[in-house]
Ligand binder design. Structure first.
Ligand code: HEC
Length: 211
């Protein structure tokens, strides 16, 4: 029910109504987004649709990054993959965003690339996801509606595979060459010291819902 509460707590304009159907826990809620505050022009989008569409976009971007990463590692190990990731990751994510006509970014409280520092609501989402994980729970995406009638979905990113540790693990687990490559490109790097299963950050997806 957290997602519904999250959405419910937002609505400074009163243009967003929330209908909760049934008592089930699988967030069967409907957002009524009224264009110019006229209920007759309301356009419906379920939270479930928003989350699904955001999940697909994040998966798409993750696949695209993973393919590039695997190819670069196969070619010359993680040392070689660092500069490849550095120069290509942003562009690959942007391509997915453009294709889907959404906004898509990775954010974290411990960034490698300082452009990815999470603030405000993003930082709060990270805290919440981490608390949930720490309590043995499974963090689920959060949906929020903004004043410009877009929906923002935040999806947790965890250190899901041993591969991640080659570049985000404890310093003792990362090869000296890889460490040197990281330090050269990211002198302010904060993205080391993770363990498998840790929360690494979030995908933040902004979906336009108004025509
Ligand atoms: C070959 C080294 C390498 C591997 C393996 C790797 N990363 Fe990264 N990661 C990087 C680099 C370099 C950046 C910075 C990219 C940039 O400048 O946009 C980064 C950035 C990120 C970011 C964006 C936030 C930030 O700190 O800038 C996330 C989230 C992330 N990695 C998660 C993962 C996860 C999860 C895995 C495993 C599935 C993984 N990484 C595997 C090198 C790696």
């Amino acid at each position: 029910m957290r997602i519904i509460n999250e959405v419910n707590s937002f609505d400074p304009t009163g243009s967003l109504l929330l209908e909760k159907r049934g008592e089930s826990d699988d967030f069967f809620a409907v957002l009524l987004l009224a264009a110019c505050g006229k209920p007759e022009n309301a356009r419906r989008i379920t939270q479930q649709q928003a989350v699904e569409s955001a999940r697909e976009a994040a998966q798409d971007a993750f696949n695209s990054l993973s393919t590039e990463l695997a190819a670069a590692i196969a070619e010359g190990g993680p040392v070689h993959a660092i500069p490849v990731c550095s120069s290509k990751a942003g562009g690959l994510i942007q391509q997915v965003a453009d294709r889907r006509q959404i906004k898509l970014i990775r954010l974290t409280d411990k960034p490698r690339n300082p452009k990815h520092l999470a603030k405000d609501a993003d930082a709060r989402a990270i805290d919440l996801f981490r608390t949930t994980l720490g309590q043995g729970g499974k963090p689920t995406p959060m949906v929020e509606s903004s004043a410009d009638q877009s929906l923002v979905v935040r999806i947790p990113i965890t250190v899901s595979a041993p591969l991640c540790l080659q570049c985000h693990g404890r310093e003792s687990e990362v090869s000296p060459e890889t460490l040197a490559a990281i330090r050269q490109l990211y002198p302010d790097d904060k993205a080391l010291g993770y363990q498998l299963g840790d929360l690494r950050g979030i995908w933040r997806i902004r979906l336009p819902v108004a025509d």
